[in-house]
Design a protein around this ligand. Structure first.
Ligand code: SF4
Ligand code: SF4
Length: 461
């Protein structure tokens, strides 16, 4: 078997695997291990399998492929590991190795290619989603990937993001955009299924006087989906376009930050330079882009005093930490702080370190494990009796909405609502008087005293 992974990167992978000291602190926070207590479905077990695969070369054993495929890339293990094992780069290398080994049957390879193609082309994804809506329950009863895709396409959350009459410029005064310039990542899947999320971000930023510069990348994929499928070359091709365009805008002073509302994408963009290890000039440009990339809640929290929160809303919000925000970017305080400032009562969820099962294409490729994680997450959310569920990643909201009837919204949609924007679907008749007492009234993380919450120390733009 001949792979085209450079020898240095294979060696780097072996070195990363060697840093694991096998104590297994990570096992108790790994969603797949928590479900079944199978050592090979723990981080420690996977690291051992990957280490053998990279050392021995040749076609990987079926067991290695199975257990690597079952990994969510949630990085909960990396957050916990005291030895600092770079699990992110290791699992990416393992996935790439497996893809290049030719070990998958042709049908499986074609399915993965088709999935990545459809999901990274917003028009195609819109058509596929609409077709699934028309087919309704019949398509959802199909076995395998098609049925899973249909169930996800019919998820309540997909409809919940639909536009409701307010455009992205609503409420922005002409000539008032003089407080800064940023660009927003549209994303591929979000462009097809959740346009309303960035509309809310545009309204909010505009009311703060921030101009959102069009970088001409509408609907362009950041490469995250392909990277997690082991298609590194395709991921690089997607990412290269974004890196070069944004780098030019940054160098010309046209933008000061790249604001992201899809944490799955943000987590990958903030490690873009690793993707271009073998291309030094672009790696340098990617490093500049990484520094300028911020999650929307980081950006808003750093300018909390300028938030135009004209109508604070005391709704009870179960805030779900998406793995790509909590583990991938270490952002946990800012979303809670800005929601609190907007009057929301933020309820923390038990087991908030565990993935909901969305994880890019995971809920399509591993539907059985994803369903168990989704049900577990929904149960933990319902236990805190929220009015609404918020998260910083659309994929999580779609996944969670399959297992609960509680309304869902992106964090920025809630903030836009508190700034005069439309209520998220399911909250149109919300009345504050109906709310239970705030049990966290003394807690600055929960009651809106955002100024008491320290700013993130790693804001780099
Ligand atoms: S906590 Fe880190 S060093 Fe320990 S077993 Fe897990 S990955 Fe290895
Ligand atoms: S990335 Fe998540 S699923 Fe994969 S080994 Fe780590 S904790 Fe487990």
């Amino acid at each position: 078997m001949q792979t085209i992974i450079p020898t240095e990167r294979l060696e780097q992978g072996r070195k990363v695997a060697d840093t694991c000291v096998h104590f297994g602190f990570c096992t108790s926070v790994c969603p797949t291990y928590v479900l079944d207590h199978e050592e090979n479905d723990s981080p420690r077990g996977r690291i051992a399998l990957i280490k053998d695969m990279l050392a021995e070369g040749g076609k990987p054993p079926a067991a290695t492929v199975l257990h690597v495929d079952r990994c969510l890339s949630c990085l909960s293990c990396a957050t916990t590991c005291a030895a600092g094992v770079d699990y992110r780069s290791l699992i990416d290398t393992a996935r790439e190795y497996i893809e290049q080994s030719g070990v998958r049957p042709l049908s499986e390879r074609l399915k993965r290619k088709a999935l990545s193609y459809i999901m990274t082309h917003p028009r195609l994804l819109s058509v596929a989603t609409r077709a699934a809506h028309v087919a309704g329950g019949a398509a959802a009863r199909l076995p395998g990937t098609l049925g899973t895709l249909a169930r996800l396409s019919n998820a309540r959350a997909v409809g919940a993001f639909a536009a409701r009459g307010l455009g992205p410029d609503e409420g922005i005064r002409a000539g008032s955009l003089n407080a800064g310039k940023v660009t927003l990542l549209d994303g591929c899947v979000q462009s097809a299924l959740g346009r309303e999320i960035n509309d809310a971000a545009r309204r909010l930023l505009g009311r703060m006087g921030i101009e959102v510069v069009d970088s001409g990348l509408a609907g362009r994929c950041c490469g995250a989906l392909d990277l997690h499928l082991g298609h590194r070359g395709a991921a690089q091709r997607h990412a290269a376009r974004l890196v070069d365009t944004w780098h030019t805008l940054l160098e010309q002073g046209e933008i000061e930050a790249i604001v992201v509302t899809t944490s799955g994408c943000g987590s990958v963009i903030r490690h873009y330079s690793e993707l271009f290890q073998d291309d030094p000039p672009r790696r340098e440009r990617a490093a500049r882009v990484e520094q300028a990339c911020v999650d929307i809640t980081q950006f808003l929290n750093a300018r909390a005093q300028d938030l135009p929160l004209t109508s604070p809303i005391p709704a009870r919000v179960a805030y779900h930490d998406s793995c790509s925000l909590k583990h991938g970017q270490k952002i946990t305080r800012e979303p809670r702080a800005v929601l609190g400032r907007a009057g929301f009562v933020v309820a923390d969820i038990a087991e908030n370190h565990l993935c909901c099962g969305s994880a890019g294409t995971y809920n399509i490729l591993q539907p059985e494990i994803a369903a168990r994680l989704g049900q577990r997450k929904a149960g933990n959310i319902e236990a805190v009796r929220p009015d609404i569920i918020a998260a910083g990643n659309m994929g999580c909201l779609v996944q969670i909405s399959l297992y609960t009837d509680i309304p869902v919204a992106h964090t920025v949609q809630l903030l836009d609502w508190a700034a005069g924007g439309p209520p998220p679907r399911g909250m149109e008749s919300f009345t504050p008087a109906a709310q239970p007492a705030d049990e966290h009234a003394e807690d600055p993380l929960h009651n809106g005293a955002a100024s008491a919450v320290p700013e993130t120390s790693d804001l780099l733009w």
